[in-house]
Design a protein around this ligand. Structure first.
Ligand code: NG1
Ligand code: ZN
Length: 551
């Protein structure tokens, strides 16, 4: 009775505005921040139920709209392992968010609790960790989420404060592993594992003062704030943060940030010709995306871009190299470490990156757009590396692999401390601790990039030259109903409307190295068109002509 009353109560406190329709897309619910409270409150109910279903394991709620404009906001739920909420709960999330009135909401919850066998009112308490980014609507929406959580009797909500998205995912993961999970634990882990990585840099590499300088565009979001807090403790790196989100520095994601730099290929706000040639990185508003760039000429603001695909390639090279060292015949200890290494990309990955990775003999697989698909696929390997071209990605290590690596390092440290094999094993251990295995994390990704560049003694230029990107173009097309386009084969082919794929094939055949696909966005009301060809003019023209068939 108490439970029913609370649900009815909270639903009547946050009535659904008419005409609102929420859909739990690739990144949870997203909309104008001012209209989000009902959906966020219901996400609170959902998170509490999710925790109960999983015997009171901690789940997370993140309130953010990532790289989107400052007026937008959003909410998503993290599962106990720190990954995205299991997909089979998404239809319920949609139904719950769109329940028209308190009664409908109550009935939905009761039915779902019954169908899923959720022990409501049992001896487990729901546990939900909350975090939010710096958006002005964040505090208000956090309140709505708390009310939603507390509408489930016995729930325990913990506000972790203003955080990057990956910090909250990391905290949820650690909490459930019984590891210390505060922000200072997160920082300590980053700082210590980064230091270990640098200690393992061969003595003949690094040392160049210019190589230590890094300018970071913080998108005027939370990532820059956190980086400012720890940068003094990152010895071996000289970090300057721009667009740090301080009063007067500019607006969140406006003319800055990873999404802006990757799409526009120009310097963010706050950079000038004085930065010519310096290695720069750009985060997005909630710091789960990372790209690198360098101002390429003093006469315009164009940049040389290193996107997610090239970060992935650097990680893949490094990890492969360490495995090769460990498994080389004739090394001191005749032990090998068999590892299935898998690379996961989406159709947006630049064709040149895929070719590069395949030429290395690596296994490359594709999934649909959205971290939840990539992450899941990566977990199928001993070491899975995934990235979206836009800079979201990470490396995941299987528990089995980590424990084999641990026992190998122990044996090696006794038998042949100081050997190349031992150092390679230690590097993999340090990398597995530095990289955030819950979700793509711009801060931990940045530190891993920096450590690998120092390890290889590479400049930005060396990294850039791994391969040259094929020219590409992305367009958005507004349509009446984006769901009328259905895709297959990891979104590379259209299955409906049935005639569209033939038209795309016909256009594509007119270009050398032509590749083109279209798909409905999961976060915006548009259809996206992506085209690649051997010149920019051709890529533009292919995208344009296919867009005409979509309209
Ligand atoms: P949609 O709107 O589904 O294309 C975009 C990004 C995704 C992912 C999500 C979540 C592109 C082409 N798409 O998804 O990669 O980052 O947002 O933020 O960049
Ligand atoms: Zn983001």
């Amino acid at each position: 009775q108490e439970q029913r009353r609370r649900l009815l109560d909270v639903a009547s406190r946050f009535p659904l505005p008419s005409g609102c329709r929420f859909s739990y897309g690739t990144a949870g619910f997203r909309a104008d921040g001012a209209t989000m409270a009902p959906a966020v409150c219901r996400a609170g109910i959902l998170a509490a139920l999710r925790s109960l279903k999983l015997a009171g394991a901690a789940v997370g709620i993140v309130i953010t709209a990532s790289h989107n404009p400052v007026g937008d906001n959003g909410v998503k739920i993290a599962d106990p392992d720190g990954g995205m909420m299991a997909q089979h709960w998404e239809p319920f999330a949609d139904a719950l968010a769109n329940a028209p009135d308190p009664d409908a909401l109550l009935q939905l919850v009761l039915q779902f609790v019954k169908d899923e066998g959720i022990p409501l009112g049992g001896h487990h308490r729901a546990q939900v960790l909350l975090g939010r980014d710096t958006r002005p609507t964040g505090g208000y929406l956090l309140g709505a989420a708390l009310q939603g959580i507390n509408a489930v009797v016995g729930s325990h909500a913990i506000d972790m404060g203003i955080l990057t998205t990956p910090q909250l995912h990391w905290m949820v993961r650690c909490k459930n592993k019984g590891i210390k999970a505060s922000e200072s634990d997160y920082f300590t882990q980053l700082i210590n594992s980064f230091r270990r990585m640098l200690e393992l840099v061969p003595k003949d590499k690094g040392g160049d003062e210019l190589a230590k300088k890094l300018i970071v565009d913080g998108a005027n979001g939370i990532g820059g704030v956190k980086l400012e807090q720890i940068k003094a403790e990152l010895s071996g790196l000289d970090i300057i943060v721009r667009n740090s989100g301080k009063e007067g520095e500019g607006i969140l994601n406006h003319m800055c940030g990873a999404d802006f730099v990757q799409k526009e290929r120009v310097t963010p706000h706050g950079f000038s010709s004085e930065d010519l040639g310096v290695r720069c990185a750009s985060l997005d508003g909630d710091a789960d995306r990372l790209v690198y760039f360098r101002m390429s000429s003093a006469s315009d603001n164009k940049v040389d871009l290193v996107d997610g695909d090239k970060i992935l390639s650097l990680f893949a090279l490094f990890i492969r190299e360490q495995l090769d060292i460990i498994n080389k015949n004739g090394s001191q200890v005749n032990k090998s470490l068999p590892a299935r290494l898998g690379i996961v990309q989406t159709a947006y990955a630049n064709g040149a990156s895929t070719q590069f990775l395949k030429n290395l003999g690596l296994e490359v697989v594709f999934t649909p757009t959205g971290v939840k698909y990539l992450h899941k696929k990566a977990l199928e390997y001993d070491i899975g590396i995934y990235f979206e071209a836009n800079g979201h990605g990470t490396v995941v290590f299987s528990e089995d692999f980590i424990s084999q690596l641990e026992s190998l390092s122990n044996e090696l440290s006794q038998a042949a401390n100081g050997s190349a094999q031992y150092h390679a094993a230690m590097r993999l251990m340090a990398a597995s601790q530095l990289i955030n295995q819950a979700v793509g994390d711009a801060l931990s990704g940045l530190l891993l990039v920096e450590a690998i560049l120092q390890y290889k003694g590479w400049s930005f230029q060396n990294w850039c030259e791994l391969y040259s990107d094929l020219p590409s173009r992305q367009l958005k097309v507004k349509v009446i109903d984006r769901s009328s386009i259905v895709t297959t084969d990891a979104e590379t082919k259209v299955s409906q409307p049935s005639s569209l794929q033939e038209l795309i094939d016909k256009e594509t055949a007119n270009y050398t190295h032509g590749r083109c696909f279209v798909r409905p966005s999961g976060t915006e009301d548009v259809v996206r068109v992506y085209a690649e060809a051997s010149t920019q003019v051709e890529a533009d023209s292919l995208a344009k002509s296919v867009a005409r068939h979509v309209e």
